[in-house]
Design a protein around this ligand. Structure first.
Ligand SMILES: Cc1cc2nc3c(=O)[nH]c(=O)nc-3n(C[C@H](O)[C@H](O)[C@H](O)COP(=O)(O)O)c2cc1C
Length: 372
């Protein structure tokens, strides 16, 4: 379906803006096999060759299946971006983002707002697939259930994407209104799987290997997409591989604090390497500290100093103060982490919900900046 897979069914690292850069992808790849998607790239910024955007699509030389997520609203700009990826050989797989719920995206009609405008959505996906075809690049989409419970789109959008010729469809089984709150609706994933012939990937609330097994059993999906579960736990990919290889007999391998420290150190080193210097690498690493240490009994002062590190030597010095033998806090298993924000009304362009069949591109729809 998507390149060669070391793991069956395939495991995909969900694109996460600000997280899934070349350093984090390498860290995860060192743990297990899978498809690792880079941060979201805005189509307009790509076609305009904005240097910051081009830098974001850096792949490591040994990254065999280079996977890119594009965000666009205008079918012509998106098709141009896809052609550019093909012509310049920038990636081996393109995913289109129809899941982003943040106001700066949905108020322009993008991300999770777009599938509601079914003609525009269909045209965009069709043009993108056609643009990717000559280069043999598989194109997938990632979407939410819909805008809210009264405006669900996932079955229609899945069918339209299938007709347009996508290689697979991923569903984050929440509405945009839910953001990251509540539980993902795995029944919706099962419904989509029943409705489509192309492979369906399930996304939402995989915190442990056992969750992935349950999702596959419950929904029949062809693969799983994992987001927040690997924040501070890149070894989740080793667990997922073990779970899919060993089935119900699998037992998670839980690292002691000394092993977590080693992974933290490695992550920071990779970030310094990827971002060019200690200042930027260490600043980027700070947001990961709380995720790595969640639940471990560590004093507040040490935790605070770790979250403010500015050099690798300082990080190693502070990590050296931790007791390496402290066992993994098992009470944290299965608990949500990362972004868990409350539901909120979705900001949409004026009159968006009243005209499903309007296929004009909203004015100012294409964003200039990638990420966020
Ligand atoms: C920090 C963060 C950034 C995200 N950025 C993107 C993004 O750029 N593109 C996208 O399709 N989804 C993005 N997502 C959503 C995830 O890909 C995923 O769909 C969501 O977290 C649900 O999966 P999970 O329950 O495994 O976390 C982001 C999520 C988080 C937490």
């Amino acid at each position: 379906m998507l390149g060669d897979h070391a793991v069956n069914p395939p495991v995909v690292l969900a694109p996460m803006a600000g997280i899934t850069n070349v350093a984090f992808r390498r860290l995860c790849r060192e743990q297990g096999g899978g498809v690792y998607v880079c941060e979201m790239i805005t189509t307009r910024a790509l076609v305009e060759r904005i240097p910051k955007t081009l830098k974001m699509i850096a792949f490591a030389e040994d990254e065999k299946f280079r996977s890119l997520q594009l965000y666009g609203v205008d079918p012509d700009v998106t098709a141009a971006a896809v052609r550019m990826v093909g012509e310049d050989g920038l990636a081996d797989h393109i995913d289109l983002n129809f899941g982003c719920p943040v106001p700066k995206v949905t108020r322009r009609g993008g991300g999770s707002a777009l599938p509601w405008r079914r003609k525009l959505f269909g045209r965009l996906v069709r043009q993108a697939v056609e643009a990717a075809r000559p280069y043999g690049i598989p194109l997938t989409i990632k979407m939410r259930k819909g805008i809210d419970d009264d405006h669900l789109t996932y079955v229609d959008a899945g069918l339209a994407a299938q007709e347009a010729g996508v290689a697979a469809v991923a569903l984050h089984a929440r509405t945009a209104e839910q953001r990251y709150s509540g539980l993902a609706d795995w029944d919706a994933i099962a419904t989509l799987k029943q409705a489509l012939d192309v492979p369906v990937l399930g996304n939402g609330d995989i915190w442990e290997g056992s969750d992935a097994l349950r999702m596959v059993e419950h929904t029949g999906v062809d693969g799983v997409v994992v987001g927040r579960g690997c924040l501070g736990r890149p070894w989740l990919f080793a667990d997922l591989e073990a779970a899919f290889t060993q089935g119900a007999d699998y037992k998670p391998v839980l690292p002691v604090l000394g092993e977590v420290s080693k992974i933290m150190s490695r992550h920071a080193e990779l970030l310094v390497d990827a971002l060019g210097d200690e200042k930027h690498g260490c600043a980027d690493f700070r947001k990961h500290v709380a995720w790595y240490l969640k639940g471990f009994p560590i004093g507040g002062e040490l935790r605070r100093r770790l979250a403010m590190i500015s050099s690798l030597a300082e990080l190693d010095d502070l990590l050296g103060k931790l007791d390496p033998g402290v066992p993994f806090p098992v009470e944290e298993l299965g608990k949500p982490r990362g972004r868990i924000n409350a539901p909120g009304k979705v900001t949409l362009p004026h009159g968006w919900l009243d005209s499903r069949d309007d296929d004009t591109v909203p004015e100012g729809a294409e964003m200039e900046n990638s990420g966020g």
